[in-house]
Design a binder for this molecule. Structure first.
Ligand code: G3D
Ligand code: MG
Length: 198
C-alpha cells in the first residue's frame, strides 16, 4: 500500500526539468537577469544589484513554473570564458542571449559572438531568445535597431523558434513575458530536446 501511495505521490509531484543557458558579452546584465528571474518566479529575493560581482564560472538559478522546473545557467561572458559555453550547448533546451542595448560600441563584437553560437552544431534546433536589456536607460538602442543588426545573420537561425524582446533586468520590465515566451517554446520543442524527468 505504501509503495502504491508513494508511487502515486511521485507521479503527482513529478517535474519535467529544462536547462536554459543565459549567455552574452560581459556586463550585458546576465546575472542581474538571473537574480530578477529568481525573485519573480520563486519568491526568493535575488541579490541586490550592488552585490553582483562579475561572473567567473557559473551561476545557477532554479525556478518551478507549473509542473516544470527550469534551471538557468548564467555563464561568464568575458572573452576567455566564452569557449566554455559550447560544452553546455548539447545539454541545454533553450538559450537566452542578453544584449546591452546601451553599448553600441560593442555591438559588432556582440554580433560575432551571437553568430559563432548560432552556427555551432550543438545548438541546432534549440529555441533562442535574444533580450535587448537595459531599456530603462535613456538613449538605449530600441529593439528594432537591435533587430536590424542581427537580421543579417537571422538566416542562420534556420527553422528554430527565435525572438527579440525588450527588457530591463534591473527594473524587471519585460522579464516575465520573456520567461513566458521561453516556457512555451521549451514545451513545443520537447520532441527535439526532451526534458529530464524527475
Ligand atoms: P553580466 O552578468 O552580464 O556580466 P551584470 O552583467 O548582471 O553583472 O550587470 C552589469 C552591469 O549592468 C551592472 O552595473 C548592472 O547593475 C547593470 N545592469 C544590468 N541590467 C541592467 C538594466 O536592465 N538596466 C540598467 N540600467 N543597468 C543594468 P554595475 O554598475 O554594477 O557594473
Ligand atoms: Mg555575471
Amino acid at each position: 500500500m505504501y509503495t502504491l501511495l508513494s508511487g502515486f505521490y511521485q507521479y503527482l509531484t513529478r517535474k519535467e526539468e529544462y536547462y536554459v543557458l543565459i549567455i552574452g558579452l560581459d556586463n550585458a546584465g546576465k546575472t542581474t537577469l538571473l537574480e530578477r528571474i529568481k525573485s519573480l518566479f520563486s519568491g526568493v529575493t535575488g541579490l541586490p544589484p550592488d552585490k553582483i560581482a562579475p561572473t567567473v564560472g557559473l551561476n545557477i538559478g532554479r525556478v518551478d513554473i507549473k509542473s516544470s522546473r527550469i534551471n538557468f545557467w548564467d555563464l561568464g561572458g568575458q572573452r576567455d570564458l566564452r569557449s566554455i559555453w559550447e560544452r553546455y550547448y548539447t545539454e541545454c533546451h533553450g538559450i537566452v542571449f542578453v544584449v546591452d542595448s546601451t553599448d553600441s560600441r560593442r555591438l559588432e563584437e556582440c554580433k560575432d559572438t551571437f553568430e559563432s553560437m548560432i552556427t555551432n552544431d550543438g545548438v541546432e534546433g534549440v529555441p533562442v531568445l535574444m533580450l535587448a536589456n537595459k531599456q530603462d536607460v535613456e538613449g538605449a538602442l530600441r529593439v528594432e535597431e537591435i533587430k536590424e543588426v542581427f537580421n543579417k545573420i537571422a538566416v542562420k537561425l534556420g527553422a528554430r523558434d527565435s525572438r527579440v524582446l525588450p527588457i530591463s533586468a534591473l527594473e524587471g520590465d519585460g522579464v516575465r513575458e520573456a520567461v513566458d515566451w521561453l516556457m512555451i517554446r521549451l514545451q513545443r520543442n520537447k520532441m527535439t530536446r526532451p526534458p529530464v524527468s524527475r
